[in-house]
Design a protein around this ligand. Structure first.
Ligand SMILES: Nc1ncnc2c1ncn2[C@@H]1O[C@H](COP(=O)(O)OP(=O)(O)OP(=O)(O)O)[C@@H](O)[C@H]1O
Length: 321
């Protein structure tokens, strides 16, 4: 898709339709010969909030840096608004990245950075920024490097939200914030997404706190895209089956098993698969119980360890090559 086919206004307020804005085809990125991202193919559309999850070193920041044009794509293709984003000013104006803040040397006052953003970001809304800064108790006349780490993170997130860029990348933006501040930040993210819908990618380890924000889940494991699905679909497939060990094993033998846990004679097995209504009914009749699994538990089971799990098929633990 050519960039000029996507008008700026369309990117800003396409509330009804979703439109592919970021496209990856067989994208592999190497750092010192090691594949940090491997063969990623996906298409991200707007308006939507993507939850980007992965354990330490899974490649989240690298992926966001590629999308933001900080680093050049390796093998395969990456397009943002139909163009290679690397060192590309016409893409950069509509993409903002806010990672872990590094304001140690930032001698400017908060008000001055707002002025800078107003000049640099065409959609920057200073009133929104000021309102949010007030909510986080950050004074405009405070020197940025003197803010606490949590407040620096809040400032960083606020700058990203107020920028209103059609693609907004927030990379673990909550670092150092206390629980009430994180909750306030999540609410600000949702409010902004309702007010100015866009494509946001939120990278996080705080899965249990942030799962309600996501429309779509991306889980990276060792640089590979393990899960790329709407959040409802992920939650529908993540089911814990409990009951008598032999019955659970029989029921799950053809399913993708993530985790097995023995509780005396009872076994609880977490699967990631489609279970039909008929199968569920059959299971219930034999005394099995079915429970939804939280996104956090699924994330843990999908990305933990390297040991094999029992079951005919498995995912996550085995898929580490
Ligand atoms: N420029 C670079 N300098 C050093 N290491 C790099 C660089 N680019 C990629 N890497 C390596 O890429 C891998 C993925 O790192 P990345 O920061 O993308 O992971 P992450 O998922 O964001 O991790 P975390 O959750 O710990 O922040 C790491 O092994 C890292 O060392």
């Amino acid at each position: 898709m050519q960039r000029d086919e996507i008008k700026r206004e369309d990117r800003q307020h396409s509330e009804e339709e979703t439109e592919a804005m970021i496209e990856l085809k067989n994208l592999t990125y190497r750092y010192e010969a090691e594949a940090v991202l491997q063969d990623l193919t996906t298409s991200l559309s707007s308006p939507k909030i993507y939850g980007l999850m992965g354990r330490n070193g899974a490649g989240k920041t690298t992926l966001l840096a590629l999308i933001n044009g900080y680093i050049n794509r390796g093998e395969g293709s990456l397009k943002v608004f139909g163009e290679n984003p690397f060192d590309n000013l016409s893409v950069a104006v509509d993409v903002s990245y806010h990672g872990k803040p590094d304001f140690k040397e930032e001698r400017n006052k908060v008000e001055e950075i707002l002025g800078f953003y107003r000049r640099y970001r065409p959609n920057f809304e200073i009133d929104i920024a000021k309102e949010l800064l007030g909510d986080f108790d950050i004074s405009l006349d405070k020197t940025i490097k003197k803010l606490s780490q949590g407040k620096q993170s809040a400032l960083n997130g606020i700058l990203g939200l107020a920028s209103g860029t059609p693609v907004t990348l927030l990379d673990e933006v909550y670092v150092g914030m206390d629980a009430p501040s994180r909750t306030r930040m999540y609410r600000a993210i949702l409010d902004e997404q309702i007010r100015r819908p866009r494509l946001m990618i939120l990278s996080t380890h705080m899965v249990s706190e942030m799962d309600y924000l996501f429309d779509h889940v991306l889980i990276l494991k060792n640089g590979k895209l393990l899960i790329d699905a709407p959040v409802d679909e992920v939650l529908e497939k993540g089911i814990a089956v409990s009951g008598e060990k032999s019955k659970v094993e029989d029921f799950t033998k053809d399913l993708q098993v993530l985790h097995r846990e023995a509780l005396g004679p009872i076994e609880k097995t977490v699967v990631y698969d489609e279970i039909t209504e008929e199968d569920r009914k059959r299971g219930l009749e034999t005394g099995l119980e079915f429970e939804e699994t939280s996104l956090q538990d699924l994330f843990i089971h999908l990305t933990e360890g390297t040991e094999k799990v029992a079951g005919k098929k498995s995912m996550g633990k085995e898929d580490t090559k």
